[in-house]
Design a protein around this ligand. Structure first.
Ligand SMILES: CC(C)(COP(=O)(O)OP(=O)(O)OC[C@H]1O[C@@H](n2cnc3c(N)ncnc32)[C@H](O)[C@@H]1OP(=O)(O)O)[C@@H](O)C(=O)NCCC(=O)NCCS
Length: 163
């Protein structure tokens, strides 16, 4: 049985394994070197009530995670967050990303966020349509801002506003 719950510090090794796989094999993230557990601990501690971090767990294994991280440390941005969503490779395409996205948006809205921004690399059509389904709209394209695996990449910015 799959459950979605708040992430705990003890989940960090499995969260990190999922993220590091994405770093090394996909253009979904512009990180290019694997995260250490120490770095991930700092990231974990930077989340809290208003910046939820959720995991999808199946039989004791973390199979996906989602976060609404601070968009900026500048205080006027306090009601704006950036979404991240990563599902373990062998569990993708089974509806888990959709359930996790729904839950984390509900949580963010409940905690008083107003706007959520997604930065999605060009060509990630699954992620783009998933975000559209949940009310994200395009707000611009950052042209040729990244280079990964030898290719210069555009990033689509999408936003959702809680009415
Ligand atoms: C993008 C991602 C989060 C989506 O999560 P997921 O669990 O794989 O997706 P779901 O099974 O919930 O499917 C969501 C939708 O995409 C479609 N979809 C999923 N995988 C698909 C595939 N391989 N081919 C075509 N459509 C696919 C589903 O049919 C579903 O469509 P629907 O809403 O019309 O039913 C996940 O694939 C992932 O972690 N990818 C790598 C990292 C990444 O790109 N993260 C997002 C960064 S912005």
């Amino acid at each position: 049985m799959m459950q979605i719950r708040k992430a705990k510090e003890k989940d960090l090794p499995m969260i990190t394994e999922i993220y590091n796989e994405a770093i090394m094999t996909t253009i979904a993230t512009f990180d290019t070197t694997p995260k250490t557990l120490d770095e991930q601990k700092t990231w974990f501690e930077d989340h809290g009530r208003k910046n939820p971090l959720l995991v999808a767990e199946m039989d004791g294994t973390v199979i996906g995670w989602g976060s609404l991280s601070k968009w900026s440390d500048r205080c006027a941005y306090t009601d704006t967050a950036e979404i991240s969503l990563y599902i373990r490779k062998d569990y993708q395409g089974k509806g888990i990303g959709k359930r996790l996205l729904k839950r984390i948006l509900e949580e963010g809205e409940k905690q008083g966020l107003h706007a959520v921004i997604a930065r999605i690399t060009e060509g990630n059509t699954i992620s783009i349509s998933l975000h559209e389904e949940f009310g994200f709209f395009p707000i611009g394209v950052m042209k040729e801002v990244g280079v990964k695996f030898g290719k210069r990449l555009d990033v689509l910015l999408m936003e959702k506003i809680f009415e």
